[in-house]
Ligand binder design. Structure first.
Ligand code: G3P
Ligand code: MG
Length: 251
């Protein structure tokens, strides 16, 4: 896939997850305040198929609730407090629906990477419903989002049914056959874990013509090193701090 999008140096990870509760509207506003032009977030389905934002399989870590997200209806999820765990100033922050998140991005003029993060066993339907909503709510006249996933079935649905969105292959390891996977899924970017990043692999990914993004980089000096290796951009919980170090580096 040719790269239809200009990749940013800095992508606010789950919003601005160091300063504000991850995957919340408050977090995206904070990312914008910190100067982020792009943000990343994780999208999944409620039990009654509403598209909403949450990283984990359960609501335990980032809300005042308990239990598997896939077992909860949107009514139940919408009642949870997704801010207090991060600090009393965020009390009352809710889990956002995808639709309201996209409306906020339009208002703030934020570009984004939507990560398909399905509840286990719901890969295909998550990709279908989330991307259908993205197609409906995000006019093609706006800058194109990047759609990524660790789940290959999600990327297959994206490739076959929603080809207008550039895709990112998220990798948690350094598979020997990464290039074959990237080619088969016809992705625009390869998004690798900082732990696995090396100058050599970065060179291979760039030489193969892919955009290269690295997650999650909160150390500004490490971010500068990655940019020096040819990495296009980093996902960071601290967009202002990391951006201050890398935004002006030469390409
Ligand atoms: O998309 C980059 C990064 O968000 C992938 O890992 O676990 O933070 O969703 P994770
Ligand atoms: Mg993510």
């Amino acid at each position: 896939m040719s790269l239809k999008l200009t990749l940013p140096r800095v992508i606010g990870h789950r919003g601005a997850a160091e300063a504000a509760p991850e995957n919340t509207l408050a977090g995206f506003r904070e990312a914008k305040r910190q100067g982020a032009v792009w943000v990343e977030f994780d999208a999944k389905l409620s039990a009654d198929n509403r598209c909403f934002l949450l990283h984990d399989d359960t609501v335990d870590r980032t809300t005042n609730g308990k239990g598997a997200a896939r077992a909860k209806t949107w009514d139940e999820l919408a009642r949870l407090d997704a801010g207090s765990w991060k600090g009393p100033q965020f009390a009352g922050e809710r889990l956002p629906l995808l639709k309201e998140t996209l409306a906020l991005f339009a208002e703030l003029d934020l570009a984004f990477n939507l990560e398909l993060k399905p509840c286990p066993g719901r890969e295909i339907e998550t990709a279908r419903l989330v991307l259908a909503e993205l197609r409906e709510s995000w006019p093609v006249s706006r800058p194109s989002p990047l759609v990524s996933s660790f789940d290959l079935p999600c990327l297959e649905v994206a490739r076959d049914e929603f080809p207008e969105f550039p895709r990112g292959l998220l990798l948690e390891e350094h598979p020997a056959d990464w290039a074959a996977i990237a080619r088969r899924l016809d992705v625009a970017t390869v998004n690798i874990w900082d732990r696995d990043a090396s100058a050599e692999w970065a060179g291979e990914i760039k030489a193969a013509g892919y955009g290269l993004l690295v997650y999650t980089v909160n150390d500004a000096e490490r971010a500068a090193q990655l940019i020096g290796w040819g990495v296009d951009g980093v996902f960071t919980d601290a967009p202002r701090r990391v951006g201050a170090r890398i935004l002006d580096l030469p390409a």
